[in-house]
Design a protein around this ligand. Sequence first.
Ligand code: NDP
Length: 450
Amino acid sequence: MSYTQRVLASLKAKYPFQPEFLQAAEEILTTLEPVVAKEPKYEKYKILERMVEPERTISFRVEWVDDKGEVQVNKGYRVQFNSAIGPYKGGIRLHPTVNEGVLKFLGLEQILKNSLTGTPIGGAKGGSDFDPKGKSETEIMRFCQAFMIQLHRYIGATVDVPAGDIGTGGREIGYMYGAYKRLTTRYEGVLTGKGLNYGGSLARTEATGYGTVYFTDAMVKDRGDSLQGKKCAVSGSGNVAIYCCEKLYQLGATPVTVSDSTGTIYDPNGIKVDVLKQVKEVERARLTRYAELVSTAEYTPVEKYPEGKHQVWCYKVDCAFPCATQNELNEEDAKTLLANGCKVVAEGANMPSTLGAIKQFLDAKIAYAPAKAANAGGVATSQLEMEQNAGMTSWTFEEVDSKLHTIMTNLYKNVAETAREFGVEGNLVLGANIAGFRKVADAMIAQGVI
Ligand code: NDP
């Protein structure tokens, strides 16, 4: 059995109850096969065994009082996965599906993603099984404060710098930042995604969605094509999906779908981004509200989805941008997209495609951009926010956006070049994993074992 397969087998024996983590580890380890075969030092220093085990996992109780005066108890976590190339960095997810295995999958991905940005940040992820849906403003605030009462001991501007993720946007980051400041009396860039008048960076809100489209633009141009005139399916309707749609329009493409956990919107005339922002960012409503406001929009509730498929991938489109959550695009969905002529898939969400779906895309040799490369623009811009905070300064929207564009274009080149170096041109999964891995692995070797 090869080194990578042995490490994978031992993980499967050790963590059978963490399926998302095993899925991410399998995708990464299998594609690292050629680099560990070429470079025996990685096995000699047991780099794979070390890289798949977090440096530290902190788990804690979050207790808070709801509006009825009842005590509520949630589970909170921070997985500080790898600090070889910089302070821990990664988002905080607030969603009922959060558990240690989900955060380990996200943290492992984050190590390689952060390395690919070319900036000095390590990998981490955190969150809670708290469900923000249906909670009042004050309940959200009290939860965020209670979460930070536990977390503040373990983070800091040069230690670990959390950010947003599913369920954690500007509002939640604000409450967490306020609590951190009161608890520590320190005013420092300990969180990113902050409000613009207290240390946030312009273009951070847009960065993940914009970055995904910048990456896709570089990828399709490299294949002699462009995004101009392309019809695109986008899933999700949160932060990443909204700004993915916005940038698609700016580059001449048309997003024709969005979705949430209760249904899918299809509009052949194109999604109205201003209405979407009003519904999701201002009213915090469901997509049924969007359908009320836009007469050409067709709404399909989850109960009407075809058996085993997600409605959002059932339309005739040129490109697909999964921007909602993990495993939202399965093998059947991939077959449907390919049969309908889809030639480009770029992942705004983390691990949205199942292993079966990825195989379909790679076998069909379409332009497939894996999450850790395509959605790295969010964390890259978070790092730009850290730079601005450290320098006590702030840059214009244009400056940040232009840096983001450069980072994503260079990232594409690095990943595509690495795929070529290993003889699998166009396989950006292998390119991203190996390019991200090498930098972290070499730093781990250089820093020795204690
Ligand atoms: P948001 O909370 O803003 O939006 C999430 C969207 O996905 C919502 O439309 C939500 O619908 C939908 N969704 C979530 N869970 C499910 C589910 N189980 N089934 C169907 N739909 C679901 O999160 P973001 O936009 O920030 O994050 C989306 C993805 O992008 C995640 O995978 C995240 O890890 C990734 N990402 C985010 C970054 C960022 O900067 N924000 C950076 C890099 C990656 P509903 O409201 O109904 O739950």
